[in-house]
Structure formats: C-alpha cells, structure tokens
Design a binder for this molecule. Structure first.
Ligand code: ASP
Ligand code: MG
Length: 319
C-alpha cells in the first residue's frame, strides 16, 4: 500500500522546533551564562556611577546604519515612527543632563536574509548601550576593556559548569588589547580583513580609525585627519567577529549637518535631532555591545540564534 505523504504546515514544523528547543538543556545553560553576563555588566556600571535608563523602542528619528535594511516605518496620528535601530541619537541628547548612563536596549534591524549565514545576525537583538559625557577614545577603549575583563572574570568564577557543558575554555585577555587601524588591516589583509583577522587572533582586539565611508555620520571625524573617525570596533577572536561598535561623537550642529549630507542622507530625516544639535549637544562618546554576540562568544556557539530564546533569524518566520 502506498504511503500517504503527510505534508506538515510550516507552523506545525516551527512549533515542533520550539517544543524541542526548550527541552534541550543547552538553552538553559546558555541563559544562565547570559544572565551572569548581564549581571556582571550592570554591576560594573553601577559600581562606576553609571545610571540605568529605559530603552526607547520607537522614535521618529533613529540610527541610519551604514548598510541597507528593510524599512520598518509606521504611521501614528499622521506622524511617522520607526522602531529604534539603535539609541544613538537619544544617547547623544540624554548625555546633556546625565553624564554617564547605560541601557540594555532592544533593536530592530530588518537585515537581508543572506546575513543569516554570517552566524552573527538577528533582526531583533539587544545591546548594552552606554554613553559618557566628555569621553575621549582612549577612555572608551579602557572602559570597554574593563567591562570585558570584569565579565570574563565573573563568568569564569560563576559559570564553571556551563563552560564545561559547552566545552569552552575562556581565557582572560591581557590588557591593553591589541589595536589595529582600519588602514593597517586593509593594507595587510585586504577587503576581507575582518574575517581573516578574527580567525587569526587568539584574543579580542580593537579595530580603530574606521573611516567615514564605513560608518554613520555621528562618529567624530579626527580634526587632524580628514575622513578618519575617532571610533572603534571590538573584534572577538576565533572567527567570532565584531562584538562592539562605538566612538567619540560629532556634537556640533554644522559638522553633523555636513556629515549627514556627505553620507548622502536627507537632513529632513533628522530634523528634531538637528534642532537639538543647534541648541547644543555636549561632547560625548560611547558604544554598544551586542548581548547575543558576547553570549555566543563566551559559550562558543556556532550561531548567534542559539544565544537567545526566540531568535529572529533574517529571512525566516520566527516566533
Ligand atoms: N553605533 C552603535 C550601534 O551600532 C552604537 C554606538 O555607537 O554607541 O548601535
Ligand atoms: Mg557594529
């Protein structure tokens, strides 16, 4: 007798995936590590006089990003809002009154489906976002290193069982972390330097002086070196790739406007922010650390989708 082929709906298949996901012990072990990561980050910041602010989830103006994503604009009483792609504009405004603050902020970036293969992209994710008034880049590099060292040390202390479970040896990197300029990296390893260097390196390292064409308008241009920004990325070793982005900020109205135009963006999309810049924004600097990415790195997970409970995988239906 011929077998009847049962065609399952995609909801049935997906439901089965979630059913199994929460019965696999890896999800809980991962979450124990992630909880400890967030706890260590927050404790470090509380102990260093940072205040915690709430996430801004929607706004008429947000981070333009420097790569294409699908639009998420929606109308509300005749005004156009969008879920925040990052809280950068809000951070630069809030730092006028609050010298040092942080937030675990959820971001929505509707990435193209090809990015799912990078192992590093989700279209909804969380970052530890922070900003510090008057911070120079060296202060930011030092702060970043201190946060990483504190997190790694706490994880080694509190998550021995989980590191064993994931068969992961976590080394505490030496400070200061290596610094490589964008230009040096390009010269030595070519266009694909980030992947090559991340695979080659044994410890996290800084990529600095990322030029304007690779970055958004809000990172500060070095007054002494046109088109070179006072910014940075932190790259994880062993092929885990980029995990932090940030820099000093462009805070003068004329300069911000010029950078928006240079990036071929429309100043009308940043009207409110530009009005605030005209009134005055203080100098500041900050960065964002991807929470799922640091969890992936610490646990040594193949894909960032396993560093969160309900992963939003680019191009896939996700609960
Ligand atoms: N630009 C970062 C981001 O991608 C955040 C920051 O610079 O603070 O969200
Ligand atoms: Mg980045």
């Amino acid at each position: 007798m011929a077998k009847v082929k049962v065609v399952k709906s995609r909801e049935e298949l997906l439901a089965r995936k979630y059913y199994e996901r929460f019965r696999n012990p890896a999800i809980k072990e991962m979450l124990i590590v992630k909880t400890q990561i967030r706890k260590a980050m927050a404790n470090y910041l509380y102990n260093n006089s940072f205040l915690e602010i709430s996430a801004v989830m929607i706004s008429p103006e947000t981070d333009p990003l420097c790569h294409d994503v699908f639009s998420t604009d929606f109308e509300y009483y005749g005004e156009t809002y969008t879920p925040t792609k990052s809280m950068i504009l809000h951070k630069m405004i809030a730092v006028s009154g609050i010298d040092k603050f942080f937030c675990f902020s959820p971001n929505l970036r509707l990435e193209e489906k090809e990015t799912a293969d990078s192992g590093r992209h989700l279209f909804e994710f969380t970052q530890l976002d922070l900003e510090v008034k008057d911070a120079h880049r060296d202060d930011l590099l030092k702060l970043g290193e201190e946060i990483y060292i504190h997190v790694f040390t706490e994880i080694k202390k509190n998550c021995k069982k989980q590191l064993d479970f994931f068969n992961r040896e976590l080394k505490i990197p030496e400070t200061p972390f290596k610094r490589i300029t964008f230009e040096e990296a390009m010269d030595k390893f070519g266009k694909n330097f980030e992947v090559i260097l991340s695979e080659k390196m044994e410890e996290p390292f800084w990529l600095i002086d990322i030029p304007d064409w690779k970055r958004e308008f809000y990172d500060k241009e070095d007054p002494k070196r046109p088109k070179i920004l006072l910014d940075m990325d932190l790259i994880y070793p062993q092929g885990f790739g980029e995990g932090l982005s940030g820099g000093m900020r462009e805070n003068e109205y004329e300069k911000i406007k010029e950078r928006i135009i240079r990036q071929k963006l429309d100043p009308n999309d940043y009207k409110l922010y530009l009005e605030l810049a005209k009134l005055g924004l203080p100098p500041s600097g900050g960065f964002g650390i991807g929470i799922e990415r640091i969890t992936r790195y610490i646990c040594g997970l193949k894909h960032v989708k396993d560093a969160t409970l309900f992963p939003k995988i680019p191009g896939e239906l996700s609960l």
